[in-house]
Design a protein around this ligand. Sequence first.
Ligand SMILES: [Fe+2]
Length: 325
Amino acid sequence: MSEQPDRTGTPGGPPGPRPAPVRMVTPAARTIPVPLHHVLEGALIAVRRGLQHTGALEEIRRETGQAVARILPGPAAARVGASLERLHLHADTEQISAIRTDLETRLRPLAEAVLRDVARALEPQGARLYLGGHLGIRVMPPQRSLAAGAPAGLEGFLTPRDAHVDSWFNTAVNTVNLWMAVGPVRRGNGLVFYPEAYRRAPRHDGRHTLLPGQHTGPPMDIELAAGDILFFAADHLHASQPNTTDETRFVITKRLCLGPPRYPRHATGWVPYADPRLLGGPLEPLAALRSRLTGGGVRDLLRAWPRRRPRRPGRSGPVADGRAR
Ligand SMILES: [Fe+2]
């Protein structure tokens, strides 16, 4: 049987997504009990109040409030206050986009610290963990509040992103995503998964669009409380759900690899992963070397090579879209 992926269900149309089988776990004093090999086998595991456990949630929300105050006029920023879920009521799409961009810089050090803390609390996993440099600031206002001219190139970050697996872009196939809910994630504004498609190597068009006519199984969506951290394999077929709720949804994403990163040949980009043992010391410049000395790292250098040579008239080099999704 083949079917087209459906993300939301529509009135009078096919039924909406069912709840995905997310296993909730509770962190202990110094450990986060998530077996990453289970995640890479397809399990969806969420750490209850994981951001509170690392002590980061309040700081993230405080930084976000300051970004809101920098972008919005004073009265509008005051009306948003601590209720980021109401951001779309007081900011237009262009302002929300500017706040999101500001946070990409402001939250980077904190997000990296959270990833290091989580990685320490996850071990031992039977293999070394490598930390991705990716940072996703995903501020998704209700679909009906998005302006028609919403900025392009922000699919998955501000506007919905169709079904994909992350290694189509640039990530290693043994990547685990940490999808960290800064505010509540409702059914109707989160992620949609197609668990039956996992490890079936869904085909795409050579860029990032799923080819039609493939069996994906039914879509399933999720619900998280503020602070929960969802762990899922980056090569799960997933899509961001068009936000049909009345709340702006705010999530931060980071990535790590279980074992040395393994890049697929079909990737259109490459991203580094760092060996955390080398971070913060004199060997830090070499932290990502293990990920560079891979087939994916070398292919990335070869893709970039034509762009570095002087261009001859009438010729253009290949362009790699390396943006993480
Ligand atoms: Fe993705």
